[in-house]
Design a protein around this ligand. Sequence first.
Ligand SMILES: *Cc1c(COP(=O)(O)O)cnc(C)c1O
Length: 302
Amino acid sequence: MFLTIPSQPVPIQEIPLDKNIKLFIKREDLIHPLISGNKYWKLFYNINKYLEQNPKNPFLITFGGAFSNHIAAVAALGKLAGISTLGIIRGEELISKWKDNPTLLFASRNKMNLKFITREEYRNKEKLTEFLQHEFPEALVIPEGGTNQDAVEGVKMMLNDDTKDFDYLCTAVGTGGTIAGISKHCEEYQKVIGIKAVEDSSLEDKIFGLTLKRNFNLIDSGLGGYGKIKDENVLFINNFKEKYDIPLDPVYTGKMMQKVFELIDEGYFPEKSRILCFHTGGLQGIEGANMLLIQQKREIII
Ligand SMILES: *Cc1c(COP(=O)(O)O)cnc(C)c1O
């Protein structure tokens, strides 16, 4: 097994509230320094099963945007495991300036080959996947964000006896694999809340297709679409770090926590609720976000 199950589970930390509600955060961001958060568990079975087949020239191919946590995780994994990696990146315009992007620079320094394609081509990823798998029959082609059925099974590792003690399980949602895994593997008395980091009307059906359960609720963050950063969220992230000493990222976990706080204030959760939020990682994205914020002469993430 290349990705292993740590002997010590990651901590579950309380976020103290002056309310009759208990809020906790499970620190999956601490699972691995480079293969962070949910991406570790989403890759867990994908990689371990692939390596068990003993491919002669192991080769990972995957997809992502310029700031993708998944691209960073796969690149780091490839380097650590000695596997060649290819990242298909959305946005042809990046060819001339990808070295200014900390995520892509990190990926390249971890020996990932980068191929930039137009947004149009990127939308037709399924076709490209077929072509690549045909071209490289031995390669493992992992979909965008790492979401597939093996990823959904891997997310089960984020749940254990301690997480059974909560009424609500909350996570940020991108491609939907993580919330599908939580929904599929949680206890029947638990409700799953997904805070959307993307505007995608097909998410609900996609998640249902992976979990086949209706125990989840998708909620808009109200903090802008994918990758959009609002000043109020930067402020929230910085206050959160100061108060609780827990860093959050601006694409997923920062938006999730701010929205969960709002839901608590609005009375969304009944009295005595016990809420668990998953910190799914993504902290590598802060550097790239700060570069944009500095260009725009705005407050940065501390
Ligand atoms: C990728 C990612 C998500 C979204 O996970 P999906 O399975 O794609 O929904 C959430 N949080 C962080 C930090 C991520 O990197």
